[in-house]
Design a protein around this ligand. Structure first.
Ligand SMILES: C[S@@+](CC[C@H](N)C(=O)[O-])C[C@H]1O[C@@H](n2cnc3c(N)ncnc32)[C@H](O)[C@@H]1O
Length: 391
């Protein structure tokens, strides 16, 4: 076995099979400080190549993410959805630079986000691409997710600090791209599932909302879920609460635009001090795990509900065990949780740090800790778990 050196892998075209590679060789080849002296490492070339192939996919995705944000903000996808166009035509239509557009379109074609017709030198969005990239109201609209990624990158300097000092980082301390991106990414899922599936999954709740009920949406952010419910149940009244003042301001304006401001209110409050009370339904969408004291929040929700009321808890989909969350969706959630959810919880009192992949067993413990006697999984999608808790 040659322990002195190894070609560093995929780029130089290793043959098949495993090679043995000394720590000194690894350190020299890769500048790594982690190799342990004198210890042999078995490098399986097939596994290395597979890993590097995955890396190329990942790097492409990361670089592509920035181009999606630019395309979304400049209205490029929406313009291209209208008809197939050359780069020059799209540039003219959107008031952008033709050379930059050609490069952007080429990048989109390489990522499968637009189609390219070489014969006509034209670019287009097929039905599915348009549905996901150009139709803001579609249940598959995805550009908001990339805005969240922008906020994560902007948070890197703060992350370096908090990883070292263990402090929290509040939701409000992130770049505003997070607030708008979250709303735009989550709204399509709520629009698709909340009224047709999640509310009917709660015992007797649909009929109560149709007849006229009082609802609190706690940690409502920009109020996407609040407004969807308000539009579906015109006889009911809705109260959105969030501790983040800029989000509440945005939500109030959105309620005006939606024409429901006469029966929808938005106020700055935390999950432990929001008022009103004797609610038929309290809902929390993707925020209980972000709170420092979710059991304290549960206790306050318990007090704010009518005895026959329900608490709907919408959380990211998660299994109880880490090893069962090592999936493509779990990957997204764990990354977001590292940068956003866990530091947000740490920044508040108690700082429980449930994380976005808490799972049903931990959620049950938190909810029962707040005084609720009944807790069940009422519905689920690949992205969300919906629990119903009763006093
Ligand atoms: C991931 S966002 C979800 C926003 C909204 N529910 C949605 O689904 O679009 C989490 C929200 O929880 C809010 N939040 C975090 N801790 C809170 C607390 N203790 N009380 C009230 N709101 C809180 C944040 O300000 C943020 O708007």
């Amino acid at each position: 076995m040659d322990e002195a050196s190894i070609d560093t892998g995929w780029a130089t075209g290793l043959g098949g099979g495993a090679r043995r590679h000394t720590a000194a060789g690894a350190a020299a080849a890769q500048g790594s400080a982690h190799a342990r002296k004198g210890q042999a490492m078995a490098i399986n070339e097939e596994k290395l190549n597979a890993f590097m192939g995955r890396f190329v996919q990942d790097l492409g995705a990361v670089m592509h993410a920035a181009t999606v944000v630019v395309g979304d903000e400049l209205g490029l996808y929406k313009a291209l959805a209208e008809k197939p166009m050359s780069a020059d035509a799209l540039a003219e239509k959107t008031g952008t630079d033709a050379r930059y557009l050609r490069e952007w379109l080429s990048a989109q074609a390489a990522s499968g986000y637009v189609d390219y017709d070489p014969a006509a030198d034209c670019f287009s969005l097929n039905e599915e691409q348009a549905f996901a990239l150009a139709q803001e109201a579609s249940p598959a609209f995805i550009p908001g997710a990339f805005q969240i990624a922008v906020a994560q990158f902007k948070a890197i300097p703060k992350m370096l600090d908090i990883f070292r000092n263990g402090r929290g980082l509040g939701w409000h301390e992130h770049d505003p791209a997070l607030f708008r991106g979250t709303e735009r990414f989550f709204r399509p899922g709520y629009a698709a599932h909340l009224v047709p599936e999640w509310i009917p999954a709660l015992e007797g709740m649909e009929a109560r909302l149709q007849a006229g009920a009082s609802v609190a949406d706690v940690g409502c952010g920009h109020g996407a879920s609040t407004l969807i419910m308000a539009q579906a149940y015109p006889a009911s009244r809705f109260h959105g609460f969030d501790y983040h003042e800029p989000s509440i301001r945005y939500a109030r304006e959105a309620a005006q635009r939606a024409g429901v401001a006469d029966r929808v209110s938005f106020d700055v409050a935390t999950a432990k001090d929001f008022d009103g009370g004797a609610y038929d339904l309290v809902a929390v969408f993707d925020c209980l795990h972000d709170m420092g004291d979710p059991a304290g929040a549960a206790a306050h929700v318990w007090q704010a509900l009518r005895p026959d009321g329900a608490w709907m808890i919408v959380e990211p989909f998660a299994n109880d065990r880490l090893e069962d969350n090592l999936t493509p969706i779990g990957r997204v959630f764990y990354s977001a949780s590292t940068f956003i959810c866990t530091p947000a919880s740490r920044s508040q009192e108690v700082g429980l740090c449930l994380g976005a992949q808490a799972g049903e067993a931990r959620m049950r413990a938190v909810v029962e800790g707040g005084g609720f006697t009944r807790f069940r999984r009422a519905a689920e999608t690949p992205f969300n778990l919906i629990y119903e808790a009763r006093p």
